[in-house]
Design a protein around this ligand. Sequence first.
Ligand SMILES: Cc1cc2nc3c(=O)[nH]c(=O)nc-3n(C[C@H](O)[C@H](O)[C@H](O)COP(=O)(O)O)c2cc1C
Length: 313
Amino acid sequence: MPVELFGLKFPNPIGLAAGMDKGGGAVPAWEALGFGFSELGGITRHEQPGNPKPRMFRVVEDEALINRMGFNNPGADSMAERLRGWRDDNRWPSNPVGINLGKSKVTPLDEAPEDYLYSFQLLKNLADFFVVNVSSPNTPNLRQLQDKTALAGILDALQEANDSQRPILVKVAPDLGFDALDEILELIETHDLAGLVATNTTIARPDETEPVRAKLYAETGGLSGRPLAKRSTEVIRHLYRQTRGEVPLIGVGGIFTAEDAWEKITAGASLLQIYSSLVYEGPQINRALLNGLAKRLTNEGLTEIRDAVGIAS
Ligand SMILES: Cc1cc2nc3c(=O)[nH]c(=O)nc-3n(C[C@H](O)[C@H](O)[C@H](O)COP(=O)(O)O)c2cc1C
């Protein structure tokens, strides 16, 4: 089920979401596990330890995760070295590799453009596409950078340095209202965005009275997995409608089954990513998702993923 998007060829539409391989330590593994692409990072200009442990919690019954990792990562310099290492050893995957860029915790918000730019300059020739992450709930005030003016400042800096014209996408939070999403959409043309990744984790929580689960849901951090699926699909549908399907969307949030994947695609996503379901189901999930999607396409009388994108928007 190949997909061609923003000038790149994806052998299948299921990718590894950001946050699993934060430092590019396992780059060839993702293709070997059947992913059609991977997104490394979030990487920041400065190396960071992240928040103190425990910082990741499983709500097993709900197949959900709550994390407040806080961008633990080896820093852009170190990542660049690792990526060169994979290439020098001839172990670079043939599938597209993206890099998720975050802001260092020590960098004040008004210096964010320089922080993102530093990482981008170092890494821009080492990966196929880039995702500006302004939507993690775990770096204080980071999500304020989703404000149109602040985001424009970051994108100006990156595009000015983008001499090899790498696709640059923005990853949005599921907690943004439709008005705020529409403001971000206004930057697509002015800042030559290749697309959007929807969505990051949510700070919202399901209503839960059962004490063990209620205690877990009270943990600070971003919620991912099954409880995120519905909202993330709503955001995708909104973005697809507003852009009349003209802007590539990568759908992520609570995809566990082929049915979940189908919902995201038909709401408007051209590519998908998973994180939590990989944790709960293991890597065989890729085969299940791809086989299920292939069957669904056939049943609907369609031949390619792109024929299904947005048909239920
Ligand atoms: C432990 C953990 C770390 C994450 N780190 C990042 C990150 O560094 N950058 C980012 O954009 N998203 C990060 N995410 C969010 C995921 O990429 C994804 O958007 C989210 O988990 C929803 O997908 P899922 O329901 O399939 O897990 C992280 C998620 C988890 C669970």
